[in-house]
Design a protein around this ligand. Structure first.
Ligand SMILES: *Cc1c(COP(=O)(O)O)cnc(C)c1O
Length: 698
């Protein structure tokens, strides 16, 4: 039969679907936000209010603050609140380049008709917070040599690849967080206003902030090339360096969708090109429309110069902050987290590797191995995956033609590694205190097989079971080597000894879902002689890297330098990751007291778990998959179980373990769930999970 490829193609790709453009614009918006986050990293540091005083002034309550932020000390700020009882909705006011804090907040006469925005908005019922950017140009005697403070600051920041705008946006994000945490502010009714340079700050802060916030941006519109071509005094600070590689100003505004947005520009603004501003405004409207948010944006040409139409701004906030702004209410099963600093470190390492041409078995891989040695307390070799690490470990021992015992409750790769190394396998039941191999079941299996070449132990959920001591003794008494499948357990310990230091060899995985990742990758830890063989096996069993002389049957199990760059950057953050995971686990421990139907698994004394998984048990008779579906409707995704399907239930192993009963493992597999737990998880997300569980299980 002949198939006309053209006909098949046309059947498979009908008319572009109406939502094709929407998906495309949504993807572009994600890339734009990611680029902004890269060029303007948010340091997630809180503003500390050093001092504050309070007074009444023209019917408004004024509070004066001095904030400290890790990137900038002594930021002056003024909060104005209405003369009514709070809590109020709030607006963060970002003033223009030459605006002084006093003029914006009504303490001195406005030097521009619209300057006292903060006063207007406070009168309209909002708590306003205005940060002094400290860059107003000036004639102040306090500024020696008449130097422009913005240019001085810009010069310092440039040396670090940083920028004035990134700094101002970072502190504005911290100010939004500070506002949201105040008892007199409604945390889901916060907006951003900015004029000129301040509009750029408001735009970038909104792009960087975790929640959607309405933005009113005045007198900052156009394409960057045109704006910069006019050499207005503020615009050199109003764009992120190298932003045009990713996005122009209209793209940045568009990426705010679907959050409410008002852009105002003056028809008589001598600093902007009105025609260019109008064209840019159209692009923003198109961008919003493409994602079905056309009604959330308004672009207002105003009969004014480089100013603000304050009544329009107040009207915008009264519409957009009338009700709580929809906040993200979805908790994913996991989130892979590399902060901006880590991403930059990785990019530099990758760039070095590309420039040097050493793309595998080079200095970055060696660095990862050294970091692992220091952290685990034993030599290590980087390999292409956790599965490869397991197979290599078993090949080093030499298990071909004999039996390897594995726990019945494990990931398929544990068993597959033994089979690929040429062994037969048998499965052993687990114990429920430490989730490890049951010593009694192990003794029974050892009594049955007289050819056991190795026993593989798995530290399920990152728990190094106290039963390990007895298991190791049983194996030692018979001279049988133990391999740890420590894929879950980087950073875990039992009685002060790290996972990876118990067995003759141990295998770690650096897969993206694991506690530390290299993208794809793994580590083998072992003593020096074994490690030497590991290094040969991962490189086709060569006698050495330089010669094509093969003494063993290995494979290509090398880790590339590009993957090693990710791992070598992530691994030094392990202690911080563990601290956060343990804090989140303690948070669940406390909150789950309100969900009596769910019983958290308790990590036994002596065990230092890494909370790779937070395990809890369902009551009798609850259908787990139906529960998971209902939770997902509430925006909560549970993490994957460890494991819901035992080896003997895998089709590949059907009839492989005749007559075996795995009572503990069957109970565990049926009854446990794993709650979402990942670095960067917010308190609110954890509350959402617990609330959803409480509603579904009561
Ligand atoms: C992840 C995992 C593996 C396999 O690791 P990869 O890096 O994906 O090959 C092996 N065993 C266990 C228990 C795992 O969780």
């Amino acid at each position: 039969m002949r198939i006309d490829p053209g006909a098949r193609l046309s059947r498979r790709s009908p008319e572009p679907r109406a939502d094709g453009r929407e998906a495309e614009q949504a993807a572009r918006n994600r890339r734009t936000r990611a680029a902004v986050a890269r060029l303007a990293p948010v340091h997630r540091a809180a503003l500390r209010a050093r001092e504050s005083s309070e007074e009444e002034h023209q019917g408004l309550r004024r509070r004066y603050y001095t904030f400290d932020h890790p990137r900038r000390e002594g930021i002056r700020a003024v909060a104005l609140s209405p003369d009514t009882a709070g809590p109020w909705p709030a607006v963060l006011v970002c003033p223009g380049r030459n605006a002084r804090l006093e003029a914006v907040t009504g303490l001195s006469a406005p030097d521009h008709p619209d300057r006292d925005v903060a006063v207007h908005l406070a009168r309209a019922g909002y708590l306003t917070l205005t940060l002094d950017h400290g860059l107003a140009r000036g004639d102040s005697a306090a500024r020696p040599d008449g130097r422009d403070p913005a240019i001085v600051l810009d010069g310092e920041l440039r040396l670090h690849g940083d920028s004035v705008l990134a700094l101002l946006a970072d502190t504005a994000v911290a100010a939004l967080t500070w506002l949201a945490g105040r008892p007199d502010v409604e945390p889901e009714r916060i907006g951003l206003f900015g004029h000129s340079l301040g509009a750029a700050v408001a735009l970038h802060a909104a792009l960087l902030y975790e929640e959607p916030v309405p933005v009113c941006a005045a007198s900052h519109l156009g394409g960057y090339p045109t704006m910069f071509g006019r050499l207005a005094t503020w615009d050199q600070f109003a764009a992120l360096p190298s932003i045009l590689r990713y996005a122009d100003l209209p793209d940045l505004y568009s990426a705010l969708a679907p959050a409410p947005l008002q852009i105002q520009y003056g028809r008589n603004d001598h600093l902007l090109d009105p025609a260019d501003a109008a064209a840019a405004g159209n692009r923003v409207q198109d961008g919003y429309s493409a994602v079905g948010a056309g009604t959330a944006v308004e672009v207002l040409p105003v009969d004014m110069g480089h100013g603000t139409a304050i009544d329009q701004a107040a009207a915008f906030f009264s519409r957009s902050l009338a009700a709580p702004v929809r906040v993200r209410a979805e908790v994913p099963a996991a989130r892979v987290g590399f902060d901006a600093e880590a991403r930059e470190e990785i990019t530099d390492l990758v760039d070095n590797a590309l420039a040097s041409g050493t793309l595998t078995l080079g200095p970055v891989g060696a660095r990862l191995e050294e970091l692992a040695r220091q952290r685990i307390g034993r030599g290590s070799a980087a390999v292409s995956s956790g599965s490869a690490a397991l197979e290599i470990a078993l090949r080093v021992i030499g298990v071909a033609g004999r039996t390897v015992l594995v726990p019945v409750n494990t990931f398929f790769a544990t068993a597959a590694g033994a089979i690929r190394a040429g062994a037969r396998i048998d499965a052993v039941d687990m114990e429920l205190d430490g989730l490890g191999m049951d010593p009694g079941a192990l003794r029974a299996a050892l009594a049955e097989h007289d050819d056991v070449a190795a026993v593989v132990l798995v530290h399920i959920a990152g728990v190094v079971s106290p039963a390990l001591t007895e298991v190791l003794a049983e194996c030692a008494a018979r001279g049988i080597p133990v391999v740890e499948d420590a894929a879950h357990a980087l950073g875990s310990a039992l009685d002060g000894t790290n996972a990876g230091a118990f067995g003759r060899l141990a295998a770690f995985s650096l897969y993206p879902t694991k506690v530390i990742t290299s993208g794809e990758g793994g580590l083998v830890t072992a003593d020096a002689d074994d490690l030497d063989l590991v290094r040969r096996l991962r490189d086709h069993g060569k006698r050495s890297f330089e010669e094509n002389v093969h003494a063993f049957l290995g494979s290509n199990w090398r880790m590339s330098e590009l993957h090693a760059a990710v791992g070598a950057t992530h691994l030094p953050r392990l202690d911080a990751v563990l601290e956060e995971r343990r804090r989140l686990a303690a948070g669940y421990d406390a909150r789950l007291a309100d969900v009596p139907a769910l019983t958290p698994y308790t990590v036994p004394p002596g065990v230092r778990g890494n909370y790779y998984k937070y395990v809890a048990y369902l009551p009798d008779g609850v259908d787990r998959s139906a529960l998971k579906q209902r939770l997902r409707k509430r925006g909560v995704a549970l993490a994957g179980e460890v494991y819901d399907t035992l080896l003997n239930q895998q089709p590949f192993f059907a009839d492989a373990f005749p007559g075996r009963v795995f009572g503990n493992a069957e109970w565990f597999a049926a009854r446990h769930v794993c709650l979402p737990l990942f670095p960067g998880m917010a308190e609110r997300e954890q509350e959402l999970v617990v609330d959803a569980l409480q509603s579904e299980l009561s």
